[in-house]
Design a protein around this ligand. Structure first.
Ligand code: PEP
Length: 250
């Protein structure tokens, strides 16, 4: 069975509810008849309501950019899986490199969040990827293996059926530098091998692995031409309706 590609937008800390409504007014007609790929937009928490309202009945799903692993409690500033479900989110990004770099996210918290997201019925998009120094030191494979091993720890194949991974080399995020399709495909293949070790060949074969890092309308087609690349996680170029639609339609 071929894997259906997933094209996901990560808006990071951009846009307010009015700008969110404006985006979807422009974006939805551009992709209205697009059935080839799954489309997900992950805005900031404060835009989730506007985004869900704007996309109800459309072919675009809404996700969050992070969540906490507990269901409720004295955790000021955090959002739980249940709260995301109540807000009608279906997807959640976990372990984005900006969370790892600036907000203390670790392989262990990624694992806790992944377990909680799967338990709740959300579709997690777990980000992995090496920083420039690690790539230059020849450590990319070690880093990806470690991140996968720890993220997948104590999760059953049955629970992991919805799991999506995003390979995002950190040196390519927001820098305009894109991994070559070949280099990305090699990393994806390694991640798939780790998934097979953790969950078995069958799940690993059906698991989608997205590429993220300066994906633009100009390079989307050549990246998506790689069999190992099952979609994209798009930051900067997803903020503009025309540009994100062009990527979706690569
Ligand atoms: C991201 O935020 O996940 C990302 C890949 O950003 P950009 O497309 O801007 O590099």
């Amino acid at each position: 069975m071929p894997r259906q590609r997933l094209i996901a937008a990560n808006w990071k800390m951009y846009k307010n509810p009015d700008q969110t409504r404006e985006f979807f007014q422009a974006f939805l007609p551009l992709v209205a008849d697009h059935t080839r790929d799954e489309i997900v937009v992950c805005p900031p928490y404060t835009d989730l309501h506007a985004a869900v309202e704007a996309t109800t009945g459309s072919n675009v799903a809404i996700g969050a950019q992070d969540m906490y692993w507990k269901e409720e409690g004295a955790f000021t500033g955090e959002i739980s899986p249940g709260m995301l479900l109540a807000a009608e989110c279906t997807h959640v990004i976990i372990g984005h490199s900006e969370r790892r770099q600036y907000f203390g996210e670790t392989d262990d918290t990624v694992n806790l969040k992944l377990k909680a997201a799967l338990e709740a019925g959300l579709t997690p998009i777990v980000c992995v990827g090496e920083v420039l120094e690690e790539r230059e030191a020849g450590l990319t494979e070690d880093v990806l293996r470690r991140q996968c091993l720890r993220a997948f720890h104590a999760i059953s194949a049955k629970k992991a059926s919805r799991l999506v991974i995003a390979y995002e080399p950190v040196w390519a995020i927001g820098t305009g530098k894109t991994a070559t399709p070949q280099l990305a495909a090699e990393a994806h293949s390694l991640i798939r091998t780790e998934a097979a070790k953790a969950f078995g060949d069958r799940l690993a074969e059906s698991m989608r692995i997205l590429y993220g890092g300066s994906v633009k309308p100009e390079n989307a087609k050549s990246l998506m031409a790689e069999e190992e690349i099952d979609g994209a996680l798009v930051g900067g170029a997803s903020l503009d309706a025309q540009s994100f639609a062009a990527i979706v339609k690569y």
